[in-house]
Design a protein around this ligand. Structure first.
Ligand code: ATP
Ligand code: MG
Length: 180
């Protein structure tokens, strides 16, 4: 399983439909300051179901919709689609390619789809659960965080890795039980 394609339209600085074809392995996005690199990561987080505007570096969810520039009017909707290669059948669905989509209208209405069929956010969350993706599963190391990790004490660094590996919640549970 790997992320195969990300398509954004009307999302943050991406007014026109923009498509990123990804290969297995490491992908690097380079570009000048303010060119939209972090917005690509925001689009990924968003399509996987992020509900917090702050996690998307905005004040309210509507801020993900293209707000317009001096030469281009604002748009009425943001849309992001993520295509996942599922030829190894990690996702519990009988398609070798799975596209999840999310659309937000200025009215506040939201739409979600799996392979073009409308669904609930819950369906996307369930599809992604047990894959290492989706809510609370993947780890995104934000800008500036890298310095913090490099300069952290060994204990803090360990707890960050534990968080990423998903064992921190078990440690917390263990400590809570031991205190009783
Ligand atoms: P840096 O190298 O400084 O981290 P970056 O490439 O990560 O830059 P982003 O933070 O992804 O840049 O993009 C910032 C740009 O996106 C800003 O110019 C901002 O105005 C624009 N932007 C963010 N939200 C919207 C929106 N809703 N509508 C239009 N433009 C937006
Ligand atoms: Mg950035």
């Amino acid at each position: 399983m790997y992320l195969k394609r990300l398509e954004v339209r009307g999302f943050k600085s991406f007014a026109s439909a923009t498509r990123f074809d990804l290969e297995p392995g490491v992908t690097a996005i380079v570009g000048p300051n303010g060119s939209g690199k972090s917005n690509v990561v925001d689009a990924l987080t968003w399509v996987m179901g992020e509900q917090g505007a702050r996690a998307l570096r905005g004040g309210k969810m509507e801020d993900v919709i293209f707000a317009g520039t001096s030469s281009r009017p604002a748009l009425g909707r943001a849309q992001v689609s993520l295509t996942i290669d599922n030829s190894d059948e990690v996702l519990p669905i009988e398609y070798t390619e799975v596209t999840i989509s999310r659309t937000l209208f200025r009215s506040g209405a939201s739409e979600y789809a799996i392979n073009g069929t409308a669904c609930r956010l819950l369906d996307i969350q369930e599809l992604l659960s047990d894959t290492g993706m989706g809510r609370q599963m993947h780890v995104i190391v934000g800008q500036g965080q890298l310095d913090r990790i490099l300069q952290a004490t060994p204990e803090d660094r360990r707890s960050f890795i534990e968080e990423a590996a998903g064992v921190l919640k078990f440690r917390r549970r263990k400590e809570k039980t031991e205190r009783k």
